[in-house]
Write a protein of this length. Structure first.
Length: 208
């Protein structure tokens, strides 16, 4: 299973601004949106193309179009929505699903409260989005549910990953590639990524 770190200077610069604790929520969301576009560009580079005829004003020629069933973007609520919004701007025809999981603060285990995914998920490329791959528990639980629904071609996209989360994902879902903007040093005892950026949902929505 592959782990890809998107080390593009624009991604890295914007991520550093997001990490800064003085960056307010509105700028944090805007930066997340901008990074989402760049990450979406990366994760879709292998989508299959097919040739279809296009009438230009001058001639009819076969031209490349994305083929197959439309992508499914699955947001792990609530922080996943920040990545989702930006990606949808780039891929507006994608189908969208949501997995609602909250982290029990004592056990750090995910608890499911919502699940709704597009039809024919087994025939779609699926991109699961969550800005933070921390313990890996929520991400793995979400992917467990998606596989139970038949999803076969799954990629996990995040902004920041902890080495511990990457290891858990590699162990439980070795078939799922991970794409991230950075792999940080470690998790702290509360399950936060260090140095990280804090609680992504709180930073996005100003709920800290
Ligand atoms: N979730 C977050 O939002 N931040 C972390 O550092 C870990 C999990």
């Amino acid at each position: 299973m592959t782990v890809t770190v998107v080390d593009h200077p624009l991604v890295q610069h914007k991520l550093s601004l997001m990490r800064d604790k003085t960056t307010p929520s509105n700028q944090f969301r805007q930066l997340l949106r901008e990074i989402s576009h760049l990450l979406a560009y990366e994760v879709t580079r292998d989508l299959p193309l097919e040739m279809r005829l296009v009438d230009t004003p001058l001639e009819t020629q076969p031209m490349p179009h994305i083929s197959g069933k439309k992508l499914a973007l699955i947001s792990i609520l609530r922080a996943g929505n920040g990545l989702l919004d930006g990606i949808l701007e780039l891929i507006p025809s994608a189908r969208v699903g949501f997995v609602g999981l909250y982290r029990d603060e004592d056990t750090l285990q995910p608890v499911q409260y919502y699940y709704k995914v597009p039809q024919a998920i087994d025939q779609r490329p699926v991109i699961v989005v969550d800005p933070m791959l921390a313990t890996g528990n929520s991400s793995c639980a979400a992917i467990d549910l998606l596989k139970k629904s038949g999803a076969q071609n799954i990629l996990f996209l995040c902004l920041l990953a902890a080495p511990e989360g990457v290891a858990v994902m590699q162990d439980r879902h070795p078939d799922v590639p991970i794409v991230t903007a950075a792999i940080d040093n470690k998790l702290n005892e509360n399950g936060y990524i260090i140095p990280g950026l804090g609680d992504a949902g709180d930073r996005m929505y100003g709920t800290a």
